[in-house]
Design a protein around this ligand. Structure first.
Ligand code: ARG
Ligand code: ZN
Length: 874
């Protein structure tokens, strides 16, 4: 059954307070709740049905205003109950029983390792107790938890701890009260034998906030980076957004079984431990940065998500797009802005563009869904963040901030819509955003074409812009969207030129707004040889097809002062060259890498002005899936070979340069230096190592093997292993074995090993993956293990996953069906690569649809997997 945005109606009843008592037991856990509510004036007056969601639990009793309800007083629905005829204020008491120890879906209350924890977003609370589980019902929670004191000494929930005490039979209790109204999806509780890292933060108005990070025993001592990231996030949010923390305590709990990255429950964030635990020997620089970003993201939700929440789940991007934009900016301010932007664009293109062009395409604000968990997507998150970023660039930083202030002034404590957000931005800035709102409603990635003519006599450059968006499922006709194109002209000397745009002086950089199907812009007083630099900073989430010659791209790759555009120029040049190699290969002609790419790479290497972190990005060739996207049909094998060949050429031709760079950087950075600059030097050195190894020369392999052995940092170990991973050589085998032996007792590090094994392009990898499913440390129910091994293969290994015999697809279908019985959310995510079958040749497409068909034919399929697989086939 499909749910539509257009069917939204306000809740019939509001709940003002909920008192929840959870008695945790090994066999049956009892949950009692007491709801005080009233008729919602916005919905009407007089008697109305009160609907309570509830799933997977035993309902023991219902008491309305002190009267126990009999069978005929309420009605059972497939996923809830209805208590009819409630007209005014009421008190409803609900008693139920649940079994968290059997909850393999990891939604609601479940047991992970030795602890109890919850995940309620989006609709997990209904698996704990009967309740109107929708985000526009916001209540004040008081929560009492009871449990065995020896095994569960720590009892946590949202807000402030107001009471604790002992009970009979070695049990104890704690009572928590959260003064802020919140929707049920932000409820959380935890019970366990946990270690805590304590710190504090003083807000700018002087509130002393206790900070606590809880972990399972054995993980203590690995929370320092998360704690530090939290404090810096709190300070950044005060400074940039004026958002101060609002309770006296902020807690984070790290758990080992978690479907997603983390969850922003009020005052009690719960994290996948992968995104909290880090120390020098076990975490890479990328891990450190990801932890920092996710800690920030969840903390930032306190205002954008919790204080102001979503009216309904169609509005998910209201909190997620905005909060991703906020965490991206936090990371950009903390590290290197250009490098951060390049990384974010990479992710958008690698994951969101394919989604937007495939059978599961949906708008940033979807208008229908079968299972909301399927809409925690890169479109809602990352494209949603791009939409907020465009508002930021159309308004400018100052008006944007005024818009945020107005949004908070109007809506603090409310559950609102994306329209409300845009209205605040519009009203605060005076800029009309009516047409801009199409970004929320229209799916698909717009294509922008840019063509230009230079008139030497008139000294004018005429730029013609046009946009189109391909149809997506359910949206055959597309309208033009508002596209801000940040633009400059780069003069022959490599400097930005002063601009006169349609007769108006516009500094040396301007934002051209394309909000019709076409637009012509004339730059006057332009000297000869100027090259347009378009979509600077990736100012809009579009595919740009600009009339740059290879020479223009080489010039921009060497001179453009916008980091994204400079990177992009070299990427585009390399993409053209590698695609030409693919063509040659398919036509049976010899293939070789265009010398222009070699010289662009050499220019980059010689440019002493570049930050190492940026240079490392600049010198990375486009990945296989990016190359595949640039073709009508992704010829998996030819792309793989052409790309390998291109890397080999660069490694071989510039061998001495790479070697000199590698050796020079080797002495320069202490392994325990986690500064942005040090991370950048390591990234560049490891980029050099990748090319050294690809050259196939013994000095390259020897350096990689030595780097693994030296084990100075996890970054260096992982980079060296990754560099060796596609080469069949004793160095690889020995290094992987040693890594396994060293880390087999650390699940998060062992996951890195599972991923390396699964993502090797060597033949035989699929058999190895199947073999590793019986590895003693592989837990087939744990989401992190599944993502590392199965996801490492299906998402990180195109050439083996897409083997032309269909073996990779058959394996994935088996896994989806196996995992769906346990954990539909994980199964549904895993299934996604199969829906992209239209991108492949006939033989592969047939095998992929065959796998999808086998999945949808399974009679007990979850809604989650059914929605994805059936959309994939339609
Ligand atoms: N709100 C969380 C976050 O982005 C993610 C929750 C995901 N939940 C889900 N059911 N998919 O920070
Ligand atoms: Zn979020």
């Amino acid at each position: 059954s499909t749910i539509f945005l257009k069917d939204y109606t306000p809740p019939t009843h509001l709940i003002d307070t909920i008192e929840l008592t959870v008695r945790l037991n090994d066999d049956v856990t009892t949950v009692s709740s007491r709801l005080v509510g009233r008729r919602n004036p916005a919905s009407g007056s007089g008697p109305a049905d009160l609907y309570l969601d509830g799933e997977d639990q035993e309902l023991v009793s219902l008491t309305l205003d002190g009267r126990t309800l009999e069978k005929g007083d309420w009605r059972q629905k497939p996923e809830g109950i209805v208590v009819p005829g409630i007209a005014g204020d009421f008190t409803l008491e609900v008693e139920g029983r649940i079994k968290p120890q059997d909850n393999t879906r990891l939604e609601g209350l479940y047991k992970a390792g030795g602890m109890y924890c919850t995940q309620c977003e989006a609709e997990g609370f209904r698996r704990i107790t009967y309740f109107p589980d929708r985000p526009d019902v916001m209540a004040v929670y008081t929560v009492r938890i009871e449990a065995d004191k020896a095994r569960y000494p720590v009892l946590l929930s949202n807000g402030n701890r107001i009471e604790t005490g002992d009970l009979e039979e070695g049990r104890h209790y704690a009572v928590w009260h959260d003064p802020f109204r919140k929707p049920a999806y932000l409820f959380a509780m935890v019970a366990g034998d946990l270690m805590v890292d304590r710190d504090s933060f003083t807000t700018r108005s002087g509130r002393e906030v206790a900070l606590e990070i809880y972990v399972e025993p054995g993980n203590e001592g690995r929370t320092g980076h998360a704690m530090d990231s939290l404090k810096r996030s709190m300070a950044w949010d005060e400074e940039v957004y004026g958002f101060e923390y609002d309770l006296d305590i902020f807690m984070i709990v790290a758990v080992s079984s978690f479907n997603m990255g983390a969850m922003e429950n009020k005052g009690l964030n719960i994290f996948n431990d992968k995104f909290i635990l880090a120390d020098l020997s076990t975490a890479t620089d990328a891990d450190f940065q990801r932890i920092e970003a996710i800690v920030a993201h969840e903390y930032f939700h306190n205002w954008t998500g919790n204080r102001i929440t979503c009216r309904d789940w169609f509005q998910l991007s209201l909190k997620e797009g905005l909060t991703v934009f906020r965490d991206q900016e936090f990371s950009a301010d903390t590290h290197d802005r250009g490098v951060k932007r390049v990384g974010d664009v990479r992710l958008l293109r690698a994951a969101q563009f394919p989604e937007d062009g495939g059978p599961t395409a949906h708008p940033v604000r979807p208008d229908s869904y079968i299972e909301i968990n399927n809409f925690y997507t890169v479109t809602v998150y990352e494209k949603g963040a791009e939409v907020v970023r465009m508002i930021h660039s159309l308004l400018g930083a100052e008006a944007y901030r005024k818009g945020i202030d107005l949004y908070v002034e109007r809506h603090d404590g409310q559950a609102v819509t994306c329209d409300d957000f845009v209205a605040a931005m519009q009203d605060a800035s005076g800029i009309d955003l009516t047409r801009f709102k199409r970004w929320y409603a229209q799916a698909g990635t717009p294509r922008v074409s840019a063509d230009w003519r230079y008139d030497e006599a008139a000294r004018t450059l005429t730029l013609d812009l046009a946009q189109t968006t391909d149809p997506t499922p359910g949206q055959p006709d597309k309208q033009p969207v508002v596209i801000p194109l940040r633009t400059a002209l780069i003069g022959e000397n490599g400097q930005r030129l002063p601009l006169t745009v349609d007769g108006e002086e516009s500094g040396d950089e301007t934002v051209l707004v394309l909000d019709e199907a076409e637009r012509r812009v004339t730059f006057s007083d332009v000297p000869k040889g100027a090259v347009p630099s378009l979509l600077r900073g990736f100012s809009a989430p579009v595919k740009l097809d600009a009339a740059w010659s290879d020479a223009d791209l080489g010039f921009l790759a060497a001179t453009d002062d916008d980091p994204f555009s400079r990177w992009e120029a070299l990427q585009t040049l390399a993409t053209r060259a590698i695609l030409a190699m693919v063509e040659a290969k398919r036509a049976g002609r010899p293939m070789s890498l265009d010398a222009a790419v070699v010289s662009a790479v050499r220019d980059g290497l010689e440019d002493a002005r570049l930050e190492p972190a940026f240079l490392a990005e600049l010198l990375a060739l486009p990945g296989e899936s990016m190359l595949g996207q640039a073709m009508d049909v992704w010829h998996v094998d030819a792309v793989h070979e052409a790309r390998e060949d291109a890397i080999w050429t660069l490694g071989d031709t510039l061998f001495d340069t790479w070697l000199a760079l590698y050796d020079r950087l080797s002495g320069e950075t202490a392994a325990d230096d986690l500064s942005t600059a040090a991370m950048g030097r390591r990234a560049l050195r490891n980029r050099a190592l990748q090319f050294l190894v690809s050259s196939g020369r013994p000095e390259g392999l020897a350096r990689a093997a030595a780097q693994v052995q030296a084990a100075a940092s996890m970054t260096d170990v992982m980079s060296a292993l990754a560099a060796l991973n596609d080469t069949d050589c004793p160095e690889r085998t020995e290094a992987l074995q040693a890594f396994h032996d060293r880390w087999q007792d650390n699940p998060l590090v062992l996951d890195k090993w599972f991923t390396l094994e699964a993502s090797s392009a060597l033949p035989g990898t699929l058999d190895r993956v199947k073999e590793l499913q019986s590895h003693p440390r592989f837990d087939p129910k744990n989401p992190n293990r599944i993502r590392a091994l199965v996801g490492g293969f299906t998402m990180g290994n195109p050439v083996r996953f897409h083997a032309s015999d269909g073996s990779g697809y058959a394996f994935l279908a088996d896994e989806v069906l196996r995992i769906d019985q346990l954990n539909p959310q994980i199964a549904s995510r895993l299934c996604q690569p199969l829906v992209r079958w239209r991108r492949f040749d006939g033989e592969r497409a047939k095998a992929m649809t065959g796998a999808l068909r086998r999945i949808v034919e399974q009679p007990t399929l979850s809604k989650d997997v059914f929605e994805i697989a059936s959309k994939g086939l339609s």
